[in-house]
Write a protein that binds this ligand. Structure first.
Ligand SMILES: Nc1ncnc2c1ncn2[C@@H]1O[C@H](COP(=O)(O)OP(=O)(O)O)[C@@H](O)[C@H]1O
Ligand SMILES: [Mg+2]
Length: 233
């Protein structure tokens, strides 16, 4: 379980996140919604330790992890697929995948290279290609595969479908659904709020760095007023 309380963070003098409270129970899929620039990526980057939490607390599986480095958070079982994918262009697909692979925090290795390649057959065909030779969709699959090879208990996806063709987008959502079905918790940010709400149990809406609404995703999907008010849709 991931729990955030009273979290504040800044970029320089700009106060971005304001008193964020958020719960993500084990096995739960949480959608994070909000218009552009509302703080979704900053929240994720603060959770992962890329941006300092100036005040507040982040706990993961009952332990205080506030201020831990991104490497430590990964070792504790949080896989992160950043906006922009962050793959290594000069390494091959295989190298990208195995470079950071390791057993999960409980010592288990449920995700192996073979299992990733079964999930993403396109990567199988391109194992020895360089990261920069891949299409955008393939790069996204590589980034997800790499995060899964950490055998995470939580997978965070920030705009995983951005800029991809509709067929590839559908494939990515299928993978997100397959990952969710394995019992891994997910935290999903995507511009397609309908898809987010369909693939999550609960959702939180951010507005100017504050959580303004949390609820069951299925309920929110039926609340055009709230969606209109906060997402402008
Ligand atoms: N590296 C940065 N330096 C300064 N301000 C930033 C930086 N990244 C984002 N911001 C600002 O922080 C706010 C939240 O941005 P972000 O978390 O990227 O929003 P979202 O992911 O919801 O689109 C925005 O006002 C944005 O301009
Ligand atoms: Mg963002």
């Amino acid at each position: 379980m991931l729990s955030v309380s009273g979290l504040n963070s800044f970029y320089g003098d700009s106060h971005i996140l304001h008193d964020i409270d958020l719960q993500l129970p084990a096995g739960c899929a949480l959608g994070l919604l909000g218009r552009n620039g509302m703080g979704k990526t900053t929240l994720i980057r603060t959770l992962m330790g890329f941006v300092p939490a100036v005040s507040g607390r982040i706990t993961w599986d009952g332990r205080d992890v506030t201020g831990r480095s991104p490497e430590k958070m990964a070792r504790l079982g949080i896989g992160y697929v950043p906006e922009g994918r962050g793959i290594f262009p000069n390494l091959s697909v295989r190298e990208n995948l195995v470079m950071t692979a390791r057993p999960g925090p409980d010592g288990r290795r449920e995700w192996t290279l073979e299992r990733i390649l079964a999930l993403f057959p396109r990567l199988q065909e391109r194992l020895d290609h360089g990261g920069q030779q891949l299409s955008g969709g393939e790069q996204q699959m590589l980034a997800i595969g790499r995060a899964l090879l950490l055998n995470p208990h939580l997978l965070i996806l920030d705009e995983a479908t951005e800029g991809l063709a509709p067929l590839i987008v559908a494939e990515i959502w299928n993978v997100i659904a397959a990952v969710r079905a394995t019992g891994i918790s997910t935290l999903v940010v995507d511009r397609d709020y309908r898809a987010v709400l369909r693939h999550t149990d609960r959702a939180a809406i951010l507005e100017k760095g504050r959580v303004v609404l949390t609820g069951a995703s299925a309920d929110l999907l039926q609340s055009p007023q709230e969606l209109g008010r906060w997402l402008g849709v």
